[in-house]
Structure formats: C-alpha cells, structure tokens
Design a protein around this ligand. Structure first.
Ligand SMILES: *[C@@H]1O[C@H](CO)[C@@H](O)[C@H](O)[C@H]1NC(C)=O
Length: 523
C-alpha cells in the first residue's frame, strides 16, 4: 500500500514538474447543466495536475496559472432571447410543446454561428503561439467545433452529455442498431413493439436526411468561413470537413448502465456518468441542516432544475401545490426563486438549493424533479425515489426509464397535475418498493472499478500519451456502408446467378434441349 501511495505521489510530483498536459475544453452551449458537465472536466483535470483552458458561456473569472477561460457569455443573451417559450412552464403547459429534435435544429445552427461570431473565441484561436495536447468538445447536434482540434493538430475527444446514442457513435464507429437501441431523445424504451421498432428506424432515416440536407451544408459553409483564416494564419490549408469530422479519437459519455441500458460500444467509448458529483458532499447550511434533522416524518424536495423558473408555474397550480404539500406530514423543501405568500408550516422555500447535500441527508424520502440527466444521476447516486415531471429535452426519456426501472412515478404537466401529484406522493410514501429499487440501483452505480472522475482523467491522459489512441480506432470507419451490410456480396451473388443462367441457356441451345424455347416459338 505504502509503495502504491509513494509511487502515485512521485507520479503526481512528476506531472507537476513537467506542468501536466495542456487541455482545451469547448462546452459552448448556454445551458447551466452543460456548464456543470464542462466544469466537472475542468475540476478533475486540474486536480490531476493538468493545465486547463475552458471555453464556456458561464465564466467564473477565477482563473489561475493553470486555469484559463474563454468567455462565451454572449451566447447566453442569445439563448435567453430565443428560448423564452421552451423554458417557460406556463407556456409549455398551454402549448404542449413537443420538444422534438428536428424543430430545434435551426437553433443549433444559430448557436454555432453565435459562437463562431464571438470575438473572444476568434481572438483566442487566432493566437498562433497557443498549443494543446488534446481538445475536448461537447457534442450536441452540430459537429463543427471538431475543427478546433485540427487547428492545434492534436487529438479530439468528444463529450456526450447523454449516452452513446447512434448519432455520436457514428462519428467514431457506426450508428447503433435501431431495433434495440433507443434514439436520441426518443420517448420509447426497449424492448420495442413492432411499431416502435419501425418508428425508431424511421426517426433514424429522417435524422440522417436532416443531417445530410439541412445541417451538413450549413455546417460545412460555417466551417469553411470560420476556419480558413485561422488555418491560413498558421500557414496551413484547411483540411476537408469530412476528414476532421471523423478524426475524433474518443467519446466520454455522461451515462451509466444503472441509469440507462447496456449499449454495445467500441473500446474508445467510456461511460463516466456521475463525474460531476462531488464525492465529498458539502455540509448543509446550518438552518437547512436543522430543518432536515428535525423532520420526523422525512423530507420531500421539489426542484424543476436550473433552467425552468418555478415562478412561471400558473398561479392556480402554485396554490394547489401548496394545498397538497400543506396536507402532508412530511417537511417539503421547494426550490423557488422567490418567496411565496401563505406558506403552510411544513413548507420551506429555498431560493438556492444545495441539491447534492439535500439528497445525501438520511431524512430525505422523495425528490420531485423535472428529470434532467444530472438530477436523475444524483438520485441514483444517493438512492432517492422520484416523481418526475418532464417538460422538454431528454427529460421524458429519462423519466420513462426511471419509471421502467421501478423507482419513479411520472406526472405530466397540465392544469390538473396537482391532483396527479398528490396521488403519486401518497403511493410513493406508503410503498417501500420504490426506495428499495433505487437503493439497489445505487449499489450498481457505485460498483465500479474506479470512480468516474478517475476514469475521465485516465482516458484523457491515455489519448494524449498515445497521440490520439490510433490502436483503439474502429475499423468500421474504413468501410463504406454498402460493404458493411454486404451489398457487394449480394451484387456478386446476383451476378453469379445471372451468369449461370446465361451459361445454362447457351448449353441448352447447343444440346438442342428446347424446353422453354420451343414453348415460346409455338406461342
Ligand atoms: C487527426 O487526429 C490526429 C491525432 O489524433 C491529429 O494529430 C491530426 O491533426 C488530426 N487531423 C485532422 C485533419 O484533424
């Protein structure tokens, strides 16, 4: 043991001596949860002694000699202007926004433009003295940030904020089989019925078409326009977009089988879901600690995440929620940006909620959540059953999975939801099966060879040490699709049959066996 400790200390010291690696993180999406994921990479890599530059719309301005930031906060303004209705709970209840991916593709292109127009990013990338050992890019429907790794002539690692779904897999391997793998953001989960299986294939085809006819031409144009001058500054020609796109070396996914389902992936894909969770849970603020300690009947925690605002709940629902909560024996913590009038005694409003610390408290009984992937991961980490009220993005599929795994109930957003919520709360407080199930999944989650943060660091270092891990590259990338499904063999068989038929015909003619031919003549 002492030896291991000593050698790891020596290793850490050595890393510090040579300054560690230089890593660039590009997490351009102006969503808080995406920032939490990016900040998680920064934290683990910094702790391992590396130098990190983080391009983010949420800069902390707490830079150090080893930690630098590229301020992309302009994207937040853009997003706030355009996303008012996708994140407004009242608008969602009234319009029943579907949140489907296709209709939001133009938003992703606009975001890409918005980042490429950002002077801070352009200025940073124009500085030819900068060098990096690896670039880590968050993938979300557009791939054009891949060019940054090519610019620095270093390996590209993709971070998927979800699991290894087919769209991200095809960048480094090939798309997964739609007959037993859920689509990105699909609301069905395997095993699929016949119609679901067909629908899944259809969605895949539609997305492929959208990529080819809509996204790709726009991305390619933006790629050319943005990178050509940057490459020229370095005296280099712009490599073709296709080459850059499929040059990624590794995918790290924010997923774990305890939360989703097993997916077969090549060796350069690793699940690191949960790395954003601090294993040393911070103590609760004193007043909250007291409230939770004194909750004899347990605590229910209610939060709709970091994006939607609870003040946007319709007034009638706010009132009905309070009536439901007021009728419970449990203490209720409601994350809400402003204080509410006429609060029942057992309800406490938290303008800011230390979610992980609340979920870690032994008196927590139930978490009412929007079902974002980070919150879902935290519930499994801490083993807390949930009522999920999804309003968009991947929340519905997370909710369905949680219900299917047996530790959650789902309540749909509507004007009648307070009643549904009451029924769900009563069911979950009386039955122990939900909490037993989530405790079991929690054990599964924690039963890993190393914590996800250590895995993250290991694979990033491995990619740098091996200059892009070419030994892990999938040979599937080298084959055109028709060879993968043996269309060439099929063509050969058809050709051979045809040749045999022709030869037989010729032989028959020579031997004067006139079976079909005479028939034809007599006709
Ligand atoms: C491809 O990746 C390697 C390392 O993984 C990198 O050195 C090279 O510059 C990349 N090429 C392009 C065109 O992106």
């Amino acid at each position: 043991m002492a030896k291991i400790v000593l050698s790891s200390l020596v290793l850490v010291a050595l890393l510090h001596l040579c300054g560690g690696y230089k890593i660039l993180l590009v997490f351009p999406l102006p969503g808080k949860s995406h920032h939490i994921l990016g900040a998680g990479y920064a934290k683990h890599l910094l702790e391992a002694g590396h130098e990190v530059t983080y391009a983010t719309p949420f800069p902390t301005n707490k830079t150090t000699a080893k930690y630098h930031e590229i301020d992309l906060s302009k994207s937040v303004e853009y997003f706030n202007k355009h996303s008012a209705s996708i994140l407004n709970l009242k608008a969602i209840i009234e319009k029943e926004i579907s949140g489907d991916v296709l209709s939001s593709l133009p938003v992703f292109i606009d975001m890409l433009k918005c980042s490429f127009d950002n002077e801070n990013l352009v200025n940073f990338l124009s500085d030819t003295s900068k060098e990096f050992d690896a670039v880590i890019v968050e993938w979300l429907f557009t791939d054009a940030f891949a060019g940054i790794a090519s610019l620095y002539n270093c390996p590209l690692i993709w971070s998927s904020s979800m699991e290894a779904h087919w769209i991200v897999l095809q960048l480094i391997h090939e798309p997964s089989n739609p007959s037993f793998n859920p689509n990105v953001l699909s609301t069905t989960i395997p095993p699929f019925t016949f119609f679901e299986r067909v629908a899944n294939l259809f969605t895949m085809a539609v997305f492929k078409a959208a990529k080819y006819f809509y996204l790709l031409p726009r991305e390619t144009a933006l790629y050319d326009e943005f990178y050509t001058p940057l490459f020229a500054k370095r005296g280099r020609q712009l490599p073709p977009y296709e080459e850059v796109l499929y040059n990624g070396t590794f995918v790290l996914t924010n997923s774990h089988t305890s939360l989703s389902q097993p997916i077969s992936v090549p060796p350069n894909v690793k699940e690191i879901g949960g790395y954003h969770i601090d294993p040393n849970t911070k103590p609760l603020p004193a007043n909250l600690q007291k409230i939770m300690d004194e909750a004899k009947h347990g605590v229910i925690y209610f939060s709709m995440g970091t994006n939607a605002k609870s003040k946007d709940w319709p007034d009638s629902l706010k009132k009905e929620f309070l009536e439901v909560f007021g009728g419970l024996k449990q203490t209720v913590l409601w994350k809400f940006e402003e204080q509410l009038p006429n609060l029942p005694k057992n309800v406490h409003i938290l303008e800011w909620a230390p979610q992980q610390s609340i979920l870690a408290h032994p008196n927590i009984r139930l978490f009412i959540t929007h079902g974002g992937l980070l919150s879902t991961t935290e519930t499994v980490y801490f083993g807390v059953p949930t009522i999920v009220m999804p309003y968009g993005a991947d929340q519905r599929v997370n909710a369905l999975r949680a219900v299917n795994k047996g530790y959650a109930k789902m309540v749909d957003l509507s004007y009648e939801m307070a009643g549904d919520m009451k029924v769900a709360i009563e069911e979950m407080l009386t039955s122990t099966k939900y909490s037993e199930k989530v405790k079991e999944l929690s054990k599964l989650y924690h039963d890993r060879p190393v914590p996800p943060g250590a895995e993250l660091v290991h694979w990033v270092e491995h990619v740098v040490r091996t200059r892009g891990a070419p030994h892990l590259r999938s040979p599937a990338l080298l084959l055109p699709w028709y060879q993968k499904i043996y269309l060439d063999l099929l063509a050969l068989v058809v050709l051979a049959l045809y040749v045999i038929k022709v030869v037989l015909k010729l032989l028959c003619r020579k031997g004067n066996i006139k079976v079909p031919i005479t028939k034809k003549k007599t006709n």
